[in-house]
Design a protein around this ligand. Sequence first.
Ligand code: HEC
Length: 147
Amino acid sequence: MTTSSSLRHLFLALAISATSIAIAGDDPAHERHELMEGVRDAAKPVGAMLKGEKEFDADTLQKSLATFAKGSEKLGDLVPEGSEGGEAAPAIWEDPDGFAAAIQEWSDAISAAVDANPQSLDAAKPVVGPVFGACKNCHDSYRIEED
Ligand code: HEC
């Protein structure tokens, strides 16, 4: 191997590791907050439908469920050591298995609701209820609510 080609390899390796750092994010606590704000925005129309304040719309429900599903896939990666803070409770780092189980519970409820693909409010209530129940369960243990 010539010197110039090994330098090229070194450069490539550095470029690749810089890219993966950028993907992982420099500020997981901030990404967590943004992710949950996206989840909250997706939850709003669904909450309004469940309360009868907004007409039931199956497409809107599925869109929100898709946002939740993406969130449930990402959340576990946004709690690396050293990213404590925000509204994230210390319990996330003290009990990582419990936190992972809370994410799984949420994810299972989301999948069940996606599969059920409800076409009416009456059909939606029993499958969407557990999705919101999982939000609350997780927050009860793993989120410190700022008032
Ligand atoms: C598995 C755990 C878990 C589930 C499930 C979950 N959340 Fe959260 N949520 C968190 C954590 C942790 C935070 C704090 C994030 C932070 O500030 O670092 C949070 C924060 C929030 C916030 C405040 C935004 C912020 O960070 O300031 C809102 C709003 C929210 N969640 C809404 C929801 C809704 C709505 C659902 C369900 C549709 C949901 N969450 C499901 C763990 C969860």
